[in-house]
Design a protein around this ligand. Structure first.
Ligand code: 77K
Ligand code: MG
Length: 214
């Protein structure tokens, strides 16, 4: 049967990228998405903003909601200091299978724990299952109707501390109006918008950076 787009994306990585070289994996996926088939990775333009937020923060404990093919997982993990850990949650088993191979090709498996399942099931288990008290950085890029409930769930589970940074993808396209309204009006967050474009297109999109004030 016909291959899937994530399978073709993985083939492009294995064909073009060098094992153990995260930058070549990122470039191979960007090339595939620009010249072969669009895919919903955060992309190179918003990816550069993601890089700058991560580099400035130097987080030890990172949570990513929505792995997809592992593009942003690799972008983040390549910048983490030794000993830092990234937990990434993916609901879709087919995406998770591809992401594991992309992460492995980049040689970053030691920094990354990919967990398959629903974010609402795993967020309450971060402490007892992963020994995580609080996260330093959270990248939200999963189902857009889950950004707000999962943020409230992270608050309720005590996973955010004074200074934890949430960075949300797609706040314009597809858009997350309820989440934006919440983080921009809540006294518990200092929020700012980074205007950019939908990956590999000219359409407007952006990232919302929200610092939890405790
Ligand atoms: C099925 N599924 C598994 N994970 C998810 C969560 N991600 C998205 O939905 C997502 C969607 C788009 C997008 C799609 C079509 C379009 F016309 C414009 C934008 C872009 C993104 O960056 C995304 O992260 C969905
Ligand atoms: Mg996205």
């Amino acid at each position: 049967t016909r291959s899937t787009r994530p399978q073709r994306l993985l083939k492009a990585v294995q064909k073009r990228a060098t094992r153990g070289d995260p930058q070549s994996v990122i470039s191979a996926i960007d090339h595939f998405c620009r010249h072969s088939e669009w895919a919903m990775n955060v992309g190179d333009e918003k990816g550069s903003i993601l890089d700058s937020v991560v580099s400035e923060l130097n987080p030890e404990k990172v949570l990513e909601l929505g792995t997809y093919c592992g593009y942003s997982t690799v972008r983040i993990a390549r910048l983490l200091p030794p000993g830092a850990r990234l937990i990434t949650l993916e609901f879709n088993a087919d995406y998770a299978a591809i992401a594991r191979q992309v992460i492995s090709w980049a040689g970053l498996e030691d920094k990354i724990q990919l967990v398959e399942g629903a974010s609402e099931d795993w967020i309450p288990r971060m402490k007892e299952h992963f020994g995580i008290e609080t996260f330093d950085f959270v990248f939200l890029d999963h189902w857009k109707d889950r950004y707000l409930p999962d943020t409230k769930l992270m608050e309720d589970c005590g996973l955010l501390r004074k200074g934890t940074v949430l960075l949300a993808d797609n706040v314009i396209c597809p858009g997350v109006p309820d989440y934006l309204e919440y983080v921009r009006n809540s006294l518990s967050y200092k929020s700012s918008y980074f205007k950019s474009h939908l990956e590999y297109t000219k359409a407007e999109d952006g990232l919302e950076k929200s610092v939890f004030l405790g």
